[in-house]
Design a protein around this ligand. Sequence first.
Ligand code: FAD
Length: 488
Amino acid sequence: MSGDAGEGLLLDAAAVDGWAAAADVVIVGFGMAGACAAIEARAAGASVIVIERTSGCTGSTSAAAGHFYLGGGTAVQQACGFEDSADEMARYLEAVALDPDHEKIRLYADGSVAHFDWLEAQGVPFDRSYYPQKNVVQPGRECLIWTGNEQVWPYREQAKPAPRGHKVAFDGEEGGGALALRLLSERAEAAGATIMADTKVEALVRDGGRIVGVKVRRFGETSFVRAGKAVVLAAGGFGQNAEMVAEHVPILASAYVQGSPHDDGLGIRLGEAAGGVAIHMDEPFLTSPFYPPEDLLKGVLVNRDGARFVAEDSYHSRSGIFSARQPDGIVYLIVDAAIFAYPHFASLTNQSLIDGFETIAEMETGLGLPAGSLQRTMADYNAHAAKGEDPAFHKYPKWLKPLEEGPFAAFDLSFGRAVYTGFTLGGLKVSADGVVLDAAGAAVPGLYAAGACASNIAQDSNGYASGTCLGEASFFGRRAGRHAATLV
Ligand SMILES: Cc1cc2nc3c(=O)[nH]c(=O)nc-3n(C[C@H](O)[C@H](O)[C@H](O)COP(=O)(O)OP(=O)(O)OC[C@H]3O[C@@H](n4cnc5c(N)ncnc54)[C@H](O)[C@@H]3O)c2cc1C
């Protein structure tokens, strides 16, 4: 989708009959990216108006667990005894990225420690503690956790692994993002940013080649807000726009799309109307976590051909996207009696148990897999696992054990039957300072974007690590706010 396409998303300044309000920097959306942009634009001396269509901070940030992907030797990593460096963090992000943006990765890795310190200085709390288990979100206040593929082959050979998921100190699996956003939004207001709540931005205003303001609607009344220097789009993703999902990431139409109900893609469409381009729009975050309990990682994933296809110890959105893209979406998780007997297996809520089988041969028939396929896969897996090896997918030795003692159980991870959740990752192409870029890579004057409506570090489900979205929304949101404030 490009250009205004008759949607009225771009107006000429000549059509504006008066400005109801004005500031140097006008920010669209008060989520993680908008709040951080506002704080930094104020710190740089600009006047700021943040326009938020809801009554408060209710974007996807409020739904987030509260992981920030940070490293390079943060205070928490040091306190917990983990060595990390900006170089290793950059190496990892380069290795795992779909389409690495070298400049942004370098800036993000080099600036990660200072960014962590900045978040703490704004009042966002992080415990000095480590959560050692493989989990999607740690249930308590513990901070540091492995949230990516750092220990997964081949990445563990390309960069020295370190845990980089930093969870906001919050008891519970949901609420860390909301806590961080409440604190940051209070900071933005205390710093002097004006918040216009219950106000929806409907169009950008352009004067000559430059974006100079926005058209807004509040309780049925239309007015215009002037931006003396720039407009920063921080309006979230497009997961709730069925048309855009069908056009770009149809796989999400069969999943439960999480996030803000206002993820309607308007931020992206506004940017496109002004001449910007969107990238990586066809890559979702998609997952069906089958851990915790972490013992289930010792199981084996097979497709409809009875063949393995991914290292089972991958971060859950990596195994999730590999699973969803298997032929017919058919995937089974196979475990033995010992794993099945693990006390907390009942916590597996995304996938249902198909059945138990006395032998692998019976399971093969029961699941309708090609004759001999599963038996061959398991015999091969078991022979190597007994030696602590996995030449096919290089699963980390900690998760390797022969699965030989029946009865065996199969869980259904098939796409369309198991619960898959996701959100969009694509967004406007922006410079490292958040400037919206056109197809030729030139700046759209006066227009910035950050957070889920822009594309920065998080690009696809394979390379995603929990914490990348909040990490980049805050990091590049700050850069956008700062840069916009210094425009002349
Ligand atoms: C369940 C869940 C858990 C997650 N957990 C994590 C996690 O732990 N770590 C992580 O890194 N990522 C996580 N994510 C992803 C992350 O939450 C988002 O990518 C991130 O919060 C996006 O921040 P944002 O500021 O770009 O957008 P948002 O937080 O969505 O903010 C955008 C704001 O813009 C407003 N808005 C939209 N359109 C307009 C308009 N036209 N006019 C005015 N205002 C508008 C919206 O109301 C909203 O308040 C999670 C996502 C979900 C759904």
